[in-house]
Design a protein around this ligand. Structure first.
Ligand code: M6P
Ligand code: ZN
Length: 184
């Protein structure tokens, strides 16, 4: 049970069982970055991020909560920061909290009319992700970005519209500054 699991507060690492672990490599993120040629030049095995999650009830259970830590490596694909895939919740009216533990980054938010904005992430920053809002995190620093998240066990993940249409803007480094650039 999750009561046997502890969080290492300085790093965000969850220690104990049962913790569900998953990861995404560069090779698993085809077409997520605007510069697909740059992505293909990187070693496909390169780790982009990993997620540890506590799922004390089955996925889809109404009224439960999941909790997890995401660790995003520092890096660039072309001039776009390493980032999560990003998703809407399958149940669109479900919201979520992200809290930054370590590193520096940005939470990119897009509403259903494809209006995009971002919030800077730094240790201690609390981010409330409203319902009906797609969310993605980019690591803008030079160390691992770790953040914890808490979301309803019946929110689900809808990656489909992100995989096909993406976000309407991307976080790119321009003269060393994280800049939200609208898609053409
Ligand atoms: C957070 C939560 C998870 C999510 C993970 C990675 O931990 O929002 O639900 O899976 O980030 O983000 P993504 O699923 O978009 O790759
Ligand atoms: Zn979510």
């Amino acid at each position: 049970m999750p009561t046997e699991v502890r969080i290492n507060l300085p790093t965000g690492e969850l220690v104990g069982l049962p913790v569900h672990e998953s990861s995404r490599s560069i090779g698993e993120m085809k077409d997520y970055y605007w510069d697909e040629v740059a992505r293909q030049k990187l070693d496909p095995g390169t780790l982009v991020y990993r997620v540890q999650a506590l799922q004390p009830v089955p996925e889809g259970t109404e009224g439960g909560l999941f909790f997890g830590t995401t660790f995003i490596e520092p890096g660039l694909v072309g001039d776009e920061y390493f980032m999560t895939k990003g998703h809407f919740h399958r149940n669109r009216d479900r919201s979520e909290y992200y809290i930054t533990v370590a590193g520096a980054g940005a939470l990119i938010l897009m509403d259903e009319s494809r209006r995009t904005s971002f919030e800077l992430m730094q240790p201690g920053s609390i981010h409330y992700i409203r319902a009906h809002t797609a969310h993605r995190v980019a690591n803008t620093g030079d160390s691992v970005l770790a953040f914890v998240a808490c979301w309803p066990s019946d929110s689900g993940h809808d990656y489909g519209s992100i995989a096909t249409k993406g976000f309407s803007a991307r976080l790119r480094t321009i003269a060393g500054v994280p800049t939200l650039v609208e898609e053409p």
